[in-house]
Design a protein around this ligand. Sequence first.
Ligand code: 4NP
Length: 156
Amino acid sequence: MTKVLFVCTGNICRSPMAEGILREKLRISKIPVEVDSCGFEAFHVGDPPDSRAQEVARKRGIDLSSHRARLFTPLDFDEFDFIYAMDSSHFKKITRLARNESDLAKVDFMLNVLYPGQNLDVLDPWYEGMKAFEQVYLQLDDACNHIIEVLSGKSV
Ligand code: 4NP
């Protein structure tokens, strides 16, 4: 089965929101694709998503509470087909760990699904307020709509 992985810093804000959003769209569209998320910093490993991330998702009927933060490992290259980095720091770290061309080909910037080839960052909302979380959520929702189109074969 196709598997999608989202990667950010702490795995408590951006990537769990993206995971929850995409999982809900996959469920509604009845597309059999698995989705997961992880991070690069150990500060929050084992923690549930940030309460602000949970709140913006809950408002749209998406429950993130069961997610627990974990770290990226090179074994994720074996498990996943598409690996989306939230910003350039994650992209660099993931691609540095790639073992071969096949691993590398799986990695892209999340926002390249909306703005191909521009390598734009999903801004880190961690030090910001609810407004930033709302903005990030909407951007991730938009990007996930495009991922759904690709996964359902409606787009290339
Ligand atoms: P995330 O946000 O990478 O979107 O989960 C962050 C969460 C925690 C930290 C930084 C970003 N931190 O420095 O603890």
